[in-house]
Design a protein around this ligand. Structure first.
Ligand code: NAG
Ligand code: NAG
Ligand code: NAG
Length: 307
């Protein structure tokens, strides 16, 4: 038994050459050891442009079948009904706009997740610390997510890392019918040729089919940092099959360090607001704001919380 497992591993290693293979015993150290063959490292020649307005790119085979199956397995363990951010308060609320189920993985939860997070950073050229944890979503028959923006309408959600600058949406299953990602505001979407394999919903915008292992990268902000209303997108209802996807949202600033910074950043004197109003933040910056090594008295009133 032990010998056979080693042979399987050896065979995989020899056919996949540079492709990393993750292999580790499961929690009980029992017979069901995990072997996950990863997709090849990031290769820009696998990326095609879907649209420039908004900016949408498609990467065929971004994840291997094994990586997809592994994420689905992790997701199944903790599925919950998905929420949306309330427009004013920013709180998570349940809504008929979004009927899928989902959960968040931990960052670097295991070697497979770490490898995917690194590959996403290599593709987007955006640091891992700016990204939220990978989410795993399941859409069953009839479930959908109406067109929406990934940037926020509320201020609260922007405190942690600012707007969601980019979205990397990876499909973990192939949906037989429906479940397309649709961009109803994409420029020139009317000229996309669609046969009967697309759902009616997909015929109302630029559509990308959910194919296992493929990944879509789109930018929710324009190059100047302002929200891009063309980035409106949704998930068409699933008609046949089941849709599993893994969105990763990447913010304009660090998402991991933001909470720490906002806790550390405060006014140390009750006079700060008055001093700031009289121009002391500019005139007396070292005392008021401080330096990188030594925070000043009034960082909060001087709006200097993300030094
Ligand atoms: C990237 O992909 C192209 C096309 O599939 C291939 O020709 C090239 O060798 C790949 N590059 C690397 C570094 O694997
Ligand atoms: C993507 O990469 C895979 C593996 O390197 C390769 O076999 C395939 O031809 C590439 N696809 C495209 C569209 O370049
Ligand atoms: C939130 O606000 C945006 C823009 O004002 C609007 O398009 C959207 O429908 C609102 N969403 C909800 C759930 O109210």
């Amino acid at each position: 038994m032990e010998m056979r497992r080693l042979l399987v591993l050896f065979a995989l290693l020899s056919v996949t050459a540079v492709v990393p293979v993750f292999f580790w015993p499961d929690k009980k150290g029992s017979a069901s050891d995990v072997i996950v063959v990863a997709a090849p490292p990031f290769n820009s020649s696998n990326v095609t442009v879907v649209s420039w307005k908004p900016r949408i790119f498609l990467y065929k085979g971004f994840l291997s079948d094994d990586e997809c199956d592994h994420l689905v397995k992790l997701g199944k363990e903790k599925m919950k009904r998905s929420m949306v951010a309330d427009n004013e308060s920013g709180k998570s609320v349940m809504s008929e706009v979004r009927t899928s189920s989902g959960m968040f993985l931990d960052k670097k939860q295991d070697p497979v997740v770490s490898g995917i997070e690194k590959r996403i950073a290599a593709w987007t050229l955006l640091p891992e610390e700016n990204a939220e944890n990978i989410q795993i979503l399941r859409y069953e028959h009839g479930q959908k997510y109406d067109p929406h923006f990934d940037y926020f309408h509320d201020k609260v959600n922007q405190l942690q890392g600012g707007h969601r600058y980019a979205t990397v949406l990876t499909y973990l299953s192939t949906v037989e019918k429906g479940g397309e990602t649709i961009f109803p505001n994409a420029e020139g979407w009317e000229s996309q040729v669609k046969d009967d394999s697309f759902s009616d919903c997909a015929k109302k915008g630029l559509a990308v089919k959910a194919v296992k292992g493929d990944s879509v990268l789109f930018f929710n902000l324009q190059a100047d940092g302002t929200p891009d209303p063309l980035s409106l997108h949704g998930s068409c209802p699933v008609i046949e099959g089941e849709k599993w996807s893994a969105p990763k949202w990447i913010h304009v600033r660090s998402y991991d360090n933001a909470l720490k910074q906002s806790e550390e950043c405060s006014d140390l004197s009750e006079n700060c607001a008055a001093w700031a109003a009289s121009g002391e933040c500019d005139n007396n910056a070292v005392y008021m704001i401080g330096t990188e090594d030594s925070p000043g008295q009034c960082q909060k009133s001087c709006n200097a919380c993300s030094l």
